[in-house]
Design a protein around this ligand. Structure first.
Ligand SMILES: [Zn+2]
Length: 109
């Protein structure tokens, strides 16, 4: 069951990568301690496996956020425009995700 949802998540990442026209080399899903995703300039993406438990719109937010970083390394105007173009009200998703992450950290301590 878990490996199946991992496969689905990765499929979603590949679909977004195609849509956004970014080249992805490799996708990893594993437990990350204090962030939900990271990327390298060579197109390697790592996502926190806890993203699998989140609702689809927050998964999309995390995926698009990170994929855009393969083209734009910061959160500047261009990045913001693209986020809005693909996700709409991405800032509310960002807030939602941050709250979930914060609650998770709290319950761990
Ligand atoms: Zn970022």
């Amino acid at each position: 069951m878990v490996s199946e949802s991992k496969a689905n998540f990765k499929k979603k990442v590949w679909e977004w990568a195609e849509k956004l026209e970014v080249s992805v080399e490799f996708i990893t899903l594993r437990s990350m301690r204090n962030k939900w995703a990271s990327c390298s300039s060579t197109g390697r993406l790592t996502f926190d496996s806890s993203l699998l438990e989140l609702p689809p719109h927050l998964q999309d937010y995390a995926i698009v956020h990170e994929l855009l970083h393969l083209q734009i390394p910061n959160h500047g105007r261009l990045w913001q425009c693209l986020m809005e173009a693909h996700l709409g009200d991405y800032q509310s998703y960002e807030k939602e995700l941050k709250e979930i992450v914060r609650d998770r950290m709290k319950s761990k301590n």
